[in-house]
Design a protein around this ligand. Structure first.
Ligand code: ZN
Length: 261
């Protein structure tokens, strides 16, 4: 038996409504009561964590591990280690790799590599469209069987609403959420920063809020009719805290209210 005590950490556990400075005992990798080890001859490793937070592992819903294809930027191993260093024990990785994660064999490769090299849980997503081009659907059913947790063309936005409508239909059939990167390319143009005071001051091409908001509005009927679970992401507009939140709740509520239909 191996036992470790974390001393004087701030223990935060929202599920159990706990936020206090306390000691935490870990036996064989699991949180334990002190009574479980009383009377046993064992070496306790003590770690003073005063001033640090002790919490359940965090989950990052949007990471780029860059493999396969861009290992000069990041690898599954290095990205996972960075996640662990920040307290994240599960990450959801995006499909804009090379080749794109639009097919079961790439998903299998990511899962195998994660099993070998990642020190945190790695959950892959699959691409909505082949090669993230927004024109032809990937085989969403096969991707679901391969073990993805969502579909997204992250970094790209499907401009063709018919393609998106079909994607939402298939995702619904296999029980996957759709993570939508909302941009109207005509409005966003070559913008690199939110259009406003700072874009003017820095002389950078602006990206109008309407470029994101217009796409969200167009997605709503698709989400509504298909009773799907859609999420908007990667936003820079002022809607981030108002309308984006509204759109997420709205889509989710629609999914709930029509789930029996
Ligand atoms: Zn991204």
């Amino acid at each position: 038996m191996s036992a470790t005590i974390l001393r004087n950490g701030r223990v935060i556990d929202p599920a159990n409504k706990r936020d206090e400075v306390a000691d935490l005992l870990i036996v064989d990798g699991k949180i334990a009561e002190k009574s479980e080890v009383s009377g046993q001859k064992s070496e306790f490793e003590e770690i003073d964590v005063e001033g640090l937070i002790v919490a359940p592992g965090l989950i990052d819903m949007h990471v780029h591990l860059r493999e396969p294809g861009f290992s000069h930027k990041e690898t599954i191993e290095s990205g996972a280690r960075a996640a662990a260093a920040g307290g994240f024990t599960t990450v959801v990785c995006m499909p804009n790799t090379s080749p794109a994660a639009d097919n079961p064999s790439t998903i299998a490769w990511i899962k195998d590599r994660a099993a070998e090299a990642a020190c945190v849980h790695v959950l892959p997503t699959g691409a909505i469209s082949k090669n993230l081009a927004g024109e032809e659907l990937s085989s969403i059913g096969s991707l679901a069987q391969a073990g993805i947790v969502a579909i997204t063309d992250d970094g790209h936005c499907v401009q063709n609403h018919e393609v998106m409508r079909r994607a939402v239909e298939y995702a619904r059939m296999v029980g996957l959420p759709v993570l939508d990167h909302c941009q109207d390319y005509n409005l966003v143009g070559n913008g690199v920063v939110h259009e406003g005071y700072w874009s003017i001051l820095l002389g950078l091409p602006g990206w109008p809020a309407a470029g994101e908001e217009a796409m969200i509005m167009r997605r709503m009927p698709i989400s509504k009719r298909k009773s799907s679970s859609m999420r908007r992401r990667s936003a820079s507009s002022d809607w981030k805290r108002s309308s984006a939140y509204f759109s997420i709740c709205w889509c989710t509520n629609i999914a709930r209210s029509t789930s029996s239909v």
